[in-house]
Write a protein that binds this ligand. Structure first.
Ligand SMILES: Cc1cc2nc3c(=O)[nH]c(=O)nc-3n(C[C@H](O)[C@H](O)[C@H](O)COP(=O)(O)O)c2cc1C
Length: 350
């Protein structure tokens, strides 16, 4: 038996978690063309739950058709999807796991071929894209808040343990926070208070719809790592406002999909010093924020995770690529999982 904090159980707004490892949202490409759950997707989720990871966050699920980012992506845009999602959450729970749905709208990065209309954006300006974009009006933003709230209600009805708003990597909510993407001059652009308004209002609306005792998380860029983009100071203030609006936990990520070496999924994590590449930002977040912090980005060894939790840098550790390669790597609670972590995910090429 180990005494590490990593294997201590904990709760996030009533959601019991067996350890401090999280499967970060990862597009599986296993849904049907119209975003429905498939047996293969259920099997993958069950494998993760059986592997022992404390919390699974689903691959990004599009809240409305215009928000689809990838083919065979999970959807949460219609009530007819609920039964399939229920089969998936039931299977995860039967395997002893917990699962949160990631609610996403890709905005500028939507898959044009799939959505059939120009992608919607926080701001449209010269140089943003080579194909047409549609800037959201204030009325569109009001409708979008309802779209998110409906998607959250569906996730709750389908038996998810909570939801996570995707506000990282340049997706629509992350575009609103970013001064580079968001050049609006109305109440949803300009100052940080305005750029975070869509988050705050959406969180309040969702909280009202789902009740006080159901976990609401966000995946947030600590920085865009792009000139003129979101910086850590603003990201911390934004997170504070979201917490005041009813948010329960923050998963800290960073970078844009177009970010090259500084993108959210950085390559060549082949030394311990390269692991946990957002840890400096995490330290700053922990100094200011009073909710659990989940750290993602290049976490590969128990040793590093253990040091970070002992130092109070983060409360949970989220992994994507290691759990694609080795779903059992999320099971550090067993000796087998420890061995898997050391031998397969430690310093792999992923
Ligand atoms: C194949 C793949 C799919 C991903 N899909 C998502 C997603 O749906 N939502 C999301 O927030 N991040 C997504 N990410 C980013 C990861 O969740 C994570 O933030 C990033 O890969 C860094 O963690 P890692 O070093 O453990 O891979 C994806 C990454 C990969 C490699």
């Amino acid at each position: 038996m180990t005494t590490s904090l990593l294997f201590e159980s904990s709760t996030i707004n009533g959601m019991n978690l067996a350890n401090r490892f999280v499967r970060s949202a990862t597009w599986e490409g296993m849904a049907t063309e119209d975003g429905r759950v498939t047996p293969r997707l259920i099997d993958t989720m069950v494998e993760l739950a059986t592997g022992g990871v404390g919390l699974i966050i689903s691959g990004h699920a599009y809240v409305t058709q215009s928000g689809q980012a990838s083919p065979w992506q999970l959807g949460l845009y219609d009530d007819s999807l609920i039964d399939g999602l229920r089969s998936m959450t039931d299977a995860v729970h039967a395997a002893g796991g917990r699962i949160v749905a990631q609610l996403a709208h890709a905005g500028h990065f939507a898959l044009e071929k799939a959505i059939g209309t120009p992608p919607v954006v926080a701001s449209n300006f010269e140089g943003l894209a080579q194909t047409p974009r549609t800037e959201l009006s204030v009325d569109d933003i009001q409708r979008l808040k309802n779209v998110y709230t409906e998607a959250a209600r569906r996730a709750q009805t389908a038996g998810f343990d909570g939801i996570q708003l995707h506000s990282a990597h340049g997706y629509l909510f992350s575009q609103f926070l970013s001064p580079w993407f968001n050049r609006r001059t109305d109440e949803y652009g300009g100052t940080l208070d305005n750029r975070v308004r869509i988050h705050v209002e959406t969180i309040r609306a969702i909280r009202k719809a789902v009740g006080s005792d159901w976990p609401l998380l966000v995946k947030l860029n600590c920085e865009d790592f792009a000139e003129g983009g979101l910086n850590v100071t603003d990201s911390i203030s934004a997170a504070g406002q979201m917490v005041a609006a009813g948010l329960d936990a923050v998963e800290l990520s960073g970078g844009l999909l177009t970010g090259g070496k500084l993108s959210p999924s950085r390559p060549n994590i082949n030394k311990k010093e390269k692991e946990a590449y957002f840890k400096a930002a995490a330290q700053a977040f922990k100094r200011s924020l009073d909710v659990p912090l989940i750290l993602v980005g290049g976490i590969r060894t128990l040793e590093v995770a253990e040091k970070l939790i002992d130092a109070g840098t983060a409360d949970y550790f989220s992994m994507s690529r290691p759990l694609i390669r080795e779903p059992n790597a999320g099971n550090p609670a067993t000796e087998l999982g420890r061995a898997a972590c050391r031998t397969t995910c430690a310093f792999g090429p992923a």
